[in-house]
Design a protein around this ligand. Structure first.
Ligand SMILES: [Zn+2]
Length: 343
């Protein structure tokens, strides 16, 4: 679908809606799945058809997405088997890093396996060897959840962590520009976060090289500092109620949050209403109305600022720093793509 707002393009109202058996099919529960795949509760594609070629994908205006809920099983009353492979480590394809799964096939009497994604042959570590039965299947399939089912939980060994497990850290970065105040975002976010925990407020005017305003750790224990944090969140909407500043320094704010959290990891939640207009990561106006309805339309949906891609890679390197954004989705797309974030 295509079309600039207010211009020619697809009229959503005129789109035919599914009726009869098509409506029933659209509303039906997902089809049953075999145990070798994960449940649709865990992972579902946002579309049920995908481009058949790279060339078609490049011209495809719709983003391809998957809804991933790794914790869905418990809410459905299912237990996820836990896998701890000890000295064998987590077994993954040497070329494409695909995890051991029920679709791998076995060769050389069980001493090698063929990756079901990239078809390369891998050696089986000594501690993971099993004889094959007369049909070429491993004899220990029933004892190994990763070979018998599509959903397992691995106990990650030390090489998968950049630091020992840390207490959960949440960092809230809140836009206080005119757009955030007038839209009610600041008020809503302050009220909501107050029910969870809360941050301290410091003012940093430096845009190009944001620094930390306190030499010590800016993170606080939510339970110990509850009173101070509640007071801050209560005062935030009033403090900025008459704010007429329309500019927003979102990129520098993200960088400052990164500096605070990089030694412990954690989750960064960004609540943004205004278009970023100051410092690194500011948005350029690249709307080209003539591109709508043409092959060039898909380029408008590609991020063109390398800052967000670099930032996402840095977040991923220190693990678990996950911004959530509400505006300029195209520009920030690399951040959740690389750092496993809900956008
Ligand atoms: Zn592979």
């Amino acid at each position: 679908m295509s079309g600039a707002p207010g211009r020619e393009g697809v009229d959503m109202v005129s789109l035919p809606r599914p009726v009869g058996e098509y409506q029933e099919r659209a509303l039906a529960a997902p089809p049953p799945y075999d145990a070798f795949n994960c449940s649709p509760d865990n992972m579902r594609m946002t579309v049920n058809a995908v481009p058949v070629s790279t060339a078609l994908k490049a011209r495809w205006p719709l983003p391809l997405g998957a809804i991933v809920q790794p914790m869905a099983d418990e809410s459905k009353g299912r237990q996820v088997p836990v896998v701890s492979l000890g000295s064998a480590g987590i077994i993954r394809c040497k070329r494409c890093r695909t995890y051991m799964n029920p679709f791998m096939t076995w060769t050389d009497g069980g001493r090698k396996y063929k990756c079901n994604v990239c078809h390369v042959h891998n050696d089986i570590p000594g501690g993971y060897f099993s004889h094959l039965d007369h049909e070429g299947r491993r004899c220990d399939v029933e004892q190994r959840p990763e070979l018998a089912g599509g959903t397992v939980e691995y106990i990650a060994p030390a090489e998968y962590m950049v630091r020992p497990p840390m207490p959960p850290v949440y960092f809230f970065a809140i836009d206080v520009s005119y757009a955030a105040v007038s839209s009610g975002l600041l008020h809503s976010v302050s009220a909501t976060v107050k029910d969870l925990s809360a941050p301290q407020m410091m003012v940093v005017a430096e845009l190009d090289e944001p620094f930390l305003p306190l030499p010590d750790d800016l993170l606080v224990n939510a339970a110990d500092s509850r009173g101070v944090l509640d007071a801050l969140l209560t005062s935030l909407p009033a403090t900025f109620a008459s704010n007429s500043v329309v500019d927003s320094a979102m990129g520098p704010a993200l960088q400052a949050a990164f500096h605070v959290m990089q030694h412990v990891g954690g989750k960064l939640l960004l609540f943004q209403a205004a278009v970023p207009s100051l410092g690194i990561g500011k948005v350029k106006n690249r709307e080209v109305l003539s591109a709508y309805g043409t092959d060039r339309e898909s380029t408008l949906r590609q991020p063109d600022d390398p800052f967000f891609k670099r930032f996402a890679a840095e977040c991923s390197r220190v693990q678990r720093v996950h911004p959530t954004a509400t505006t300029c989705l195209v520009l920030k797309l690399p951040v959740p793509q690389v750092s496993s974030t809900l956008l």
